[in-house]
Design a protein around this ligand. Sequence first.
Ligand SMILES: [Zn+2]
Length: 447
Amino acid sequence: METITTEKNTYKLVCGMEIHAELKTNSKMFCGCKNDPFGAKQPNIYTCPVCLGMPGGLPVANKTAIEWTIKVGLALGCKINLFSKFDRKNYFYPDLAKAYQISQYDLPFCYDGVVETSYGPVRITRIHLEEDTGKLQHTTINGKKVSLIDYNRSSVPLMEIVSEPDIHSPEQAKEYAKKIRDLLRYLEVADCDMDQGGMRLEANISLAEKSAQKLPNYKVEVKNINSFRFAEQAITYEMDRQAKILDDGKTPVQETRGFDSVKISTFSQRTKEDAEDYRYFPDPDLPPITFTQKQIDAMRNELPELIIEKISRWEKEFAVEPRYSNLLIDSTQTAQLLEEAFTTLQKNNQEPNKLANVLANKKLAFEKTVEKLVQKFSELFATDTVPESEILSVINSIMEANPDAVAKYKAGQKQVVGFFMGQTLRAIGKKIDTKELTKLLQQELEK
Ligand SMILES: [Zn+2]
């Protein structure tokens, strides 16, 4: 659904996305604390003076997190800033003890990339690296309302991928976000566990009149969406809500909204601060990061074969349809398993595309090993051996019982063969090769 038509007007969707993903490095972004907020047995066990914002605590940037960010950027066709830096984004809220977040303001690691979707390309504006915040829990203890803070997640490396407003339908938003998740998993830099908040989606949504050339003069940000389906629903809901406001000749308020997954609606959270409210300035405790073009080229050469390249190679080598590959590749392990299974099947004169089809359509489950997968696949398509004489006698008795159908076939209605096929299969009650059966039927009917 690209447009929404009301009694008064037709509007088109203008939407950009911001995707946050926690990187799965061993340690946190600016200290040596363990990066495992979801696995922690207790709150506040993975903390130190740096991630607790104690005076005198000095940050040291995590090299792996920076390299992984650049890896993702290169995989998305981004340009890389050879000179970049970290900045302080000042805000006062207890989820970060320092009262600022270390982020990147004007010199992100990566910029100008693209994600191809089946609805058209979505340009990537920038990819930057920052630190995640702690987690607040508002609860009641002994009848008293309290707010608890867990800093295990505070300063976990957080990558933010910002797109241009190139998304024109809720379905495209879903596909785009899924492609980002698949890539991050494939590159093994993030688990993207959305239930836990390891990947969070934000959509900047506005509507423009269908023929308008300019971007709308407002945008509504829907934050903390934790599933692809919710992203689709939130955008659909906003399109409806904003169209009604625009119909009344008003402009929707520029604000941040939350998504209520029970009511399937969005609700106002706060009106948006301007960027300058954050008083960004370069973090004086962290030196700028520089790379040489040679270093970046070396990183590009080390990238694994990308999903999009693999899909087109599989189509050429194994005749596997891209629509199946697209659904199936969600990690390096799966890709490798499929690659080996396709190679084995091709050697055995079996069709790799058939395996892709049954896996994509969930008629067959993935197995841990290639041997097991190929075996299960072969079993699925195994045919029983039935002597030809037995099949022929069944065919002949069916023909005798249905002289009208035989006459129709002889009169040129060749599709009647389908009827005989069904009857024969039912009478035999076993799995037999339908290609061979068709041949036998034609041979007998044409006698
Ligand atoms: Zn720490």
